[in-house]
Design a protein around this ligand. Structure first.
Ligand SMILES: Cc1ncc(COP(=O)(O)O)c(C=O)c1O
Length: 418
C-alpha cells in the first residue's frame, strides 16, 4: 500500500532548497533530521521578510515594533495550534529546549526541599536529565532513575511505577528517544504521576517532526520542543499549564513583564526565527490541506492530516531500512525491530558494527553524500546504560522529505563498506 504522501514527494522536496545540495558526485541524502531538519523556502522567506519589513524590538509604539509584535503573537498562536492548546499565552519561545529546561528547572527547584523526589529516565536526551539532576542537587532533593530494557531499548514502566510515590514532585520523561526511536507511554506516565501528586515535564523535541502533539490529551504539565527539528529555525519552545506558569516564580529581570507569555521569555528574543517558526507550522498545515485536498481546513485540522500522512510515509521508509538491515549481519540494530510494534517506534534508528567504529562508518557515509550522525547524540544516559560509551552508535533519521531511493542508497553503502 502506498502512503498518500508519495504522490506529493516531488513537490515537497522542491520546497526544500537544501535537498538539491551536491556532495561530490552525488546528491546529498539528509539522514540527520534528529539533529536538525532542513527548512522549506517559506521559512527562509519568513526570516528574510522579518528583517526587511518588521525588524524591531518588543513593545515599541511605532510601526515596525507593532508589526514585529503582531508577528510574534501569530507565532504564539500557531505553536499553540501545533501543540493542541487554545491558549497562545502558554507558549514561550527561547534559544533552545536545553536553555528553557535549565531555566524552568531552576524555578521549579525553588519549590523543592530535602525529602522531595524527582524522576528522570535513562532513555532520555541529556537535556531532560542533567537539568533536573542539577536542580535536585541545589534543592537537596533525591533523583530516581527509570531504567531501560536493554533488549528492545524501551522504558521500563514497572520500574517507573516502583519509583513513583507521594514524595515525587516531578517526573521528567521524553515522548520519544532521539537515539533509538522508542515512543514512551507518556500519557500513562502523566496519568499515574498526576494521581501521585507529581508534576510532569515532557521532552517532545524528537517527537514533534513525526507525530502530532496534544498537550491536553497527554495530560502533561509542561512540554518542550524545538522548531529546528520540525522544519523551522533554531528556536526552543516551552508550553506549560497557565496556572503553573503564572504561579511559579521565574528567574527574570525586573523591567520585563511578569505576565504570559513574556514572563518565561527572558531577554530579547530571536524574532526573525520566531517568524520562521510560524512559517514552519504553516508549512505543515499547508501540507495537511494538500494531502486532504481541502483548502478550507482549520490549522489544527490540517495538522492532523499532515501528521497522519507523514507518519504513514515515514513508517514505510523506516521498515524498509530495518528489513534491509536484517541481511547485513555485521550490523546490530538497537531498539524495536518487530514491525508488529511499529506504533512503538519513530523512524529513527541506531546501529553498531561488529568491527568498525561509528565515527569511521559515519565519515565514510558522509564522503558518499549520506549524512548520518555518530556518537551518543547527547542521549548519554542511554549509551551509558547500554555500555556503548565512548564510541556510541550510528544514527539514521528519516523524515518526510526522505525517499525510498535514499534508503536504498544507504543500504547499498552499508553493505559495501569502503
Ligand atoms: C530528544 C531531545 N531533547 C532535547 C534536545 C535538546 O534540544 P535543543 O538543541 O533545542 O536544546 C534534543 C536535541 O538534539 C533532542 O533530540
Amino acid at each position: 500500500m502506498s502512503a498518500v504522501l508519495h504522490d506529493h514527494i516531488t513537490n515537497i522536496r522542491g520546497q526544500f532548497p537544501a535537498l538539491a545540495r551536491r556532495a561530490g558526485e552525488r546528491t546529498a541524502a539528509f539522514f540527520d533530521g534528529p539533529a536538525g531538519t532542513q527548512v522549506p523556502q517559506c521559512v527562509i522567506d519568513a526570516v528574510s521578510e522579518y528583517f526587511v519589513q518588521h525588524n524591531a524590538n518588543h513593545g515599541g509604539l511605532f510601526a515596525t515594533s507593532r508589526e514585529s509584535d503582531a508577528v510574534l503573537a501569530r507565532a504564539h498562536q500557531a505553536v499553540a495550534d501545533l501543540l493542541g492548546s487554545d491558549d497562545p499565552g502558554t507558549v514561550s519561545f527561547g534559544p533552545n529546549m536545553t536553555t528553557l529546561t535549565l531555566s524552568l528547572s531552576r524555578a521549579l527547584a525553588r519549590t523543592w526541599s530535602s525529602g522531595d523526589e524527582v524522576i528522570v529516565s535513562r532513555l532520555d536526551h541529556d537535556a531532560n536529565f542533567t537539568p533536573w539532576v542539577l536542580a535536585a542537587a541545589d534543592a537537596g532533593a533525591t533523583v530516581r532513575y527509570i531504567d531501560v530494557d536493554p533488549v528492545d531499548c524501551t522504558m521500563d514502566l514497572d520500574d517507573f511505577k516502583a519509583k513513583l510515590n507521594d514524595r515525587t514532585r516531578l517526573v521528567a520523561v521524553g515522548c520519544a528517544s532521539n537515539a533509538v526511536g522508542s515512543v514512551n507511554p507518556v500519557k500513562e506516565i502523566c496519568r499515574l504521576s498526576r494521581s501521585a501528586g507529581a508534576l510532569t515535564f515532557l521532552d517532545a523535541v524528537h517527537f514533534a517532526p513525526h507525530s502530532l502533539i496534544d498537550v491536553h490529551d497527554l495530560g502533561c504539565d509542561f512540554l518542550a520542543c524545538s522548531a529546528y527539528k520540525f522544519f523551522g529555525p533554531h528556536v526552543g519552545i516551552l508550553w506549560g499549564r497557565r496556572p503553573l506558569l503564572e504561579e511559579l516564580s521565574a528567574y527574570k529581570l525586573r523591567p520585563a513583564a511578569d505576565t504570559l507569555p513574556d514572563k518565561w521569555m527572558t531577554g530579547t528574543q530571536n524574532h526573525e526565527c520566531i517568524a520562521g517558526t510560524l512559517a514552519a507550522v504553516e508549512y505543515l498545515a499547508d501540507l495537511g490541506r494538500t494531502v486532504a485536498d481541502d483548502e478550507t481546513l482549520s490549522r489544527r485540522s490540517s495538522l492532523v492530516y499532515a501528521y497522519q500522512a507523514i507518519m504513514e510515509y515515514e513508517q514505510q521508509l523506516i521498515w524498509h531500512l530495518i528489513e534491509g538491515l536484517r541481511s547485513l549481519e555485521s550490523y546490530r540494530l538497537w531498539g524495536i525491530d518487530d514491525s508488529l510494534r511499529h506504533a512503538e517506534r519513530l523512524p529513527t534508528i541506531s546501529i553498531t558494527h561488529s568491527q568498525r567504529k561509528p565515527v569511521d562508518i559515519a565519515e565514510e557515509l558522509g564522503r558518499q553524500g549520506l549524512f548520518v550522525w555518530h556518537g551518543n547524540y547527547y542521549a548519554q544516559p542511554l549509551t551509558e546504560r547500554l555500555g556503548l560509551e565512548p564510541d556510541g552508535m550510528i544514527r539514521v533519521g528519516v523524515v518526510h522529505y526522505n525517499t525510498l531511493e535514499e534508503v536504498d542508497r544507504l543500504l547499498t553503502a552499508l553493505r559495501n563498506p569502503a
